[in-house]
Ligand binder design. Sequence first.
Ligand SMILES: Nc1ncnc2c1ncn2[C@@H]1O[C@H](COP(=O)(O)OP(=O)(O)O)[C@@H](O)[C@H]1O
Ligand SMILES: [Mg+2]
Length: 282
Amino acid sequence: MTADTTGDMTADMAAAGPDVPLLEAVGLRRGYPLPRTSLTGRRARREAVRDVSLRVEEGAALGIVGESGAGKSTLVRLLLALDRPDAGTVRYRGREVRPGRPSSLRWFRREAQIVLQDPMSSLDPRMTVARAVAEPLRALGVAGDRAATAARVAEVLTAVGLEPEMGRRYPHEFSGGQRQRIAIARALAPRPRILVGDEPVSALDVSVRAQVLDLLARLAATEGLTLIVVSHDLGVVRHLCDQVLILHEGAVAEHGPTARVLTDPAHPYTRRLLDAVPRLPV
Ligand SMILES: Nc1ncnc2c1ncn2[C@@H]1O[C@H](COP(=O)(O)OP(=O)(O)O)[C@@H](O)[C@H]1O
Ligand SMILES: [Mg+2]
């Protein structure tokens, strides 16, 4: 961290007090215009996220589950200030975060990083793995000198189970599971406090999904990360997440401890999702 924002943040954290959650959303809304159906008619909107409020405590692992189109990706983009809500606010340690000039959000970009479904979309095929992993360090102004950058790249590649020498190679030389490990290393490089996975294993072979989920769980424990894992599959979050939020048509159907939601779902929609999971846990 550089000195300029560290001072602000420390002051904010002190002001935030002990019962302020790490991340909090209040009344988030986001709609998209639907295609025009007539030339004169008003353009209708589809409400992708409808009045969502949530709290994520430091060190927690929250699963956000819902079927395709439920609004999960829209919600995480709002939570990470990658998109501007029509209404509502997002606070990190009590401090509001809103999309604006990139420089004003740099401090938050270091705190919260995202891993997407398809690692190829976040990895430039012409960039060596080491450069790709170093890129957020440079973009966020935390790279340090060449040796410090190389050391951090080697450290995070090791943390995700790859050899530091693999940094000299290109993304296409790796398997899907390895590429997702690289994307995770890249997200970890700036030492975030929150790691968000948006369908982080959905594009992977079934045989490697558990390994990547285990890696996320292990990193959360060793790095003290707060996790938000988005999936259309309840099975993916049940081992990883202590809290689960069920999103249905853009709204929160239920939110609570995973064990309770899975054994005693309060919402019929959750029951339907549970029926779609082959084996019941516990
Ligand atoms: N950029 C966009 N423009 C228009 N509609 C969008 C856009 N992004 C998402 N939507 C719509 O918003 C709804 C929620 O999408 P999304 O957040 O991607 O859901 P999920 O991640 O749960 O599959 C869907 O109906 C989708 O078509
Ligand atoms: Mg999505």
